[in-house]
Design a binder for this molecule. Structure first.
Ligand code: AKG
Ligand code: FE2
Length: 349
């Protein structure tokens, strides 16, 4: 597999009647997952119109006055919904708090839903930015439509992943049933041209926490994927209509590290504002992730104990937000309200 580019896979083969075309998709996905866990897909099931509408909504939201954004702060709840201000997170140790702001959305669950009552991972009602006024309906519909379409695609991707691992196509169905997923609208201000690249990140080098991530980026580049074999960063070229798919730590654990959860980062040196929308699939919080049968053998036993989705994903969130808090304490800077109000142990939900 070529190292200098992230492969673009034509996903229409998966929906084709032609079994050879379907196998070709499965083979390309397998190769990408074994190599570095990143690929782009085109001709998938999330319509371009839905992508554009969601990005338009993101831009409208981030253009609001700071005061309107602060009113829907993620600090207002413990289930990780709402606005996250600039410099709230550090994913790469030794770097400065990150130059991005975000808005978290998920399934809009009522307060009597069992997931909310039982405080399951990132589960509860959304916060909606009233500051958008007449644009709020459009914002709500376009973001939720995009979210729902992404979850349908996630099921298809898991079918392909199952086949790529020589499993039954519906192996991941129970994991998807009642799955939790979180979407984040992201805005990366343009970084000053003379910013110290070593320390300033849009998002620091990290791996994702969940099973898979589906990322929509607009036309501004900045996402880079670590190429372990060549010890260099690969730029992920924005491609109209494409989604970047990458595997998270949960999938790496599940596959006994046969499939990669790879390091990536964003540095926005474009001189333009950058917007992106990742959807993180965590899965059913009660599902127990246990080494996939085809990924272990007598000579290659399971490296990890079984763990629930809830336990695996929540630990990772707490750690990353804790780092930003620590940085601000140690550097003696006044902490913004976002970080101050958030105790480390309950950082994410
Ligand atoms: O914005 C991007 O391109 C990447 C975002 C990302 O890696 C993340 O939110 O985990
Ligand atoms: Fe990421």
């Amino acid at each position: 597999m070529s190292a200098s580019k992230i492969p673009i896979i034509d996903f229409s083969g998966f929906y084709s009647e032609d079994s050879a075309k379907k196998s070709e998709v499965v083979t390309q996905v397998r190769e990408s997952c074994l190599y570095n866990g990143f690929f782009q897909i085109i001709n998938h099931s999330v319509p371009l119109g839905h992508q554009q509408a969601a990005l338009k909504s993101a831009k409208k939201f981030f253009n609001l006055p700071q005061n309107d954004k602060d009113k829907v702060s993620k600090n207002n709840n413990t289930w990780n919904r709402g606005y996250e201000m600039l410099r709230s997170q550090i994913l790469e140790e030794g770097t400065q708090p990150e130059l991005k702001e975000g808005f978290y959305i998920g399934a809009d669950l009522p307060v009597d839903h069992p997931y909310f009552v039982e405080k399951k991972l990132n589960s509860g009602p959304n916060q909606w930015p009233q500051g958008l006024g007449d644009d709020l309906d459009y914002f709500r519909n376009s973001t939720m439509d995009y979210y729902n379409k992404s979850l349908e695609l996630a099921s298809d991707l898991l079918r392909v992943l199952a086949l790529s691992l020589d499993l039954e196509e519906n192996f991941f169905a129970r994991f998807m049933d009642g799955a939790v997923a979180t979407m984040r609208l992201l805005h990366y201000p343009s970084q000053p041209k003379d910013a110290d690249e070593k320390l300033t990140r849009g998002i620091g080098a990290h791996t994702d926490f969940g099973a898979i991530t589906m990322l929509l980026q607009d036309e501004v580049d900045g996402l880079q994927v670590w190429d372990q074999r060549n010890q260099s960063w690969i730029d992920v070229e924005p491609t109209t209509g494409a989604l970047v798919v990458n595997l998270g730590n949960l999938m790496a654990r599940w596959t006994n590290e046969k499939y990669k959860s790879n390091v990536h980062r964003v540095i926005n040196k474009s001189g333009k504002e950058r917007y992106s929308i990742p959807v993180f699939l965590s899965g059913n919080p009660d599902y127990v992730v246990e080494c996939i049968p085809t990924c272990q053998s007598a000579g290659d036993p399971s490296k990890y104990e079984p763990i629930t989705v809830q336990a695996a994903v929540s630990a990772a969130y707490a750690e990353s937000y804790g780092r930003a808090q620590l940085y601000k304490q140690q550097s003696g800077k006044p902490m913004d309200s976002e970080v101050q109000a958030k105790p480390l142990a309950s950082a994410a939900y």
